[in-house]
Design a protein around this ligand. Sequence first.
Ligand code: SF4
Ligand code: SF4
Length: 360
Amino acid sequence: MSHPSKVWFIPVDEADTITAIADKLRLLFDRSGFSDAVSANSVAQIKMHFGEKGNRGYVRPELIRGITDAIRARGGRAVVSDTNTLYRGGRTNSRDHLQLARRHGFTDEAVGGGVEIPDEKDATSVASVPVAGRFIAAAKVLRCYIETPLLVGVAHFKGHLVTGFGGALKNIGMGCATREGKLAQHAAVAPFIIGKNCIGCGACRDVCPADAITVIDGKARLDPAKCIGCASCIAVCKNDAVELDWRGGTGSLPDKMVEYAAAVLGSPGQKVFINVALRITAECDCLAKDDPRIVPDVGLFAATDPAAIDQASYDLVCTKAGGFDPFRKAHPKRDPVRQLDCAERMGLGTRNYELVTVGQ
Ligand code: SF4
Ligand code: SF4
């Protein structure tokens, strides 16, 4: 077995105020040695998720302030950013996305740094990075994430419709990709309609950004040739009538996502990861609603190894749930571990970790 990677952890109590949690995050950043990765006068990129319209699961700006304070204390500056989505929603283009981020409290003043959406600037903001992957040969990513001296991946740890859960690997692999890159990861993931479950409500047709769905004779019809694989129809259908075909090439999304992560993480700057396992939901923060919690709050994790931090977060969430896997319960056909196996295969880290609980 490989040498264990250190994962630092601070538990969070349900009674903790947002200020108390921000203080814990600041402490975690220092105790994990992340502050030493900050160089004076340099600009760190904090990659996170600003949350879809109506969503409440995203990591709060007050918590990000805990990290930017620690960066400023070392003489650095921070830019807090997120990228545009494939699906149609409040984060599809940079203007709407930035407005939504501000409505969610991500102002420059609140986060203590610049708030940016790096997409849709000019051709130089995009890079094509060669990857020795099984599925991806060249990853299309936003250049700011591969040219920063310090990339801080801050992820809300929660469930995910396709990958089982989303944490550090997903925040980097999917989150740093351009729209073209996201499409490449989703390609060949065209879902199909289960006719006997479909009531013809049209919700999937209305949400589809590619006009790939029509409703004929009371049943949805999906044209795979038009589908861009955004999965919005799966999320919106309340009748389990939209499903992915996992027998074909569709199960490769976790692998592609991790191969994209490898493209970003192979760049020269330092990389550190923080997982926030609070308001743990079954679905990701792209869902345009306040998804209910499925597990009580667990706490804050920090590591330089994205596989180790996701494994540790996953394990402690399952323990908190009472010894069962709440993500498999929510998404029984998904394999949450697949992304971790792929991360080991790509040399991004190890699932073997040593948990260091930070005292206060
Ligand atoms: S949302 Fe579901 S039930 Fe409604 S039309 Fe689409 S597939 Fe059918
Ligand atoms: S059919 Fe579904 S997965 Fe395909 S583009 Fe439309 S909403 Fe997205």
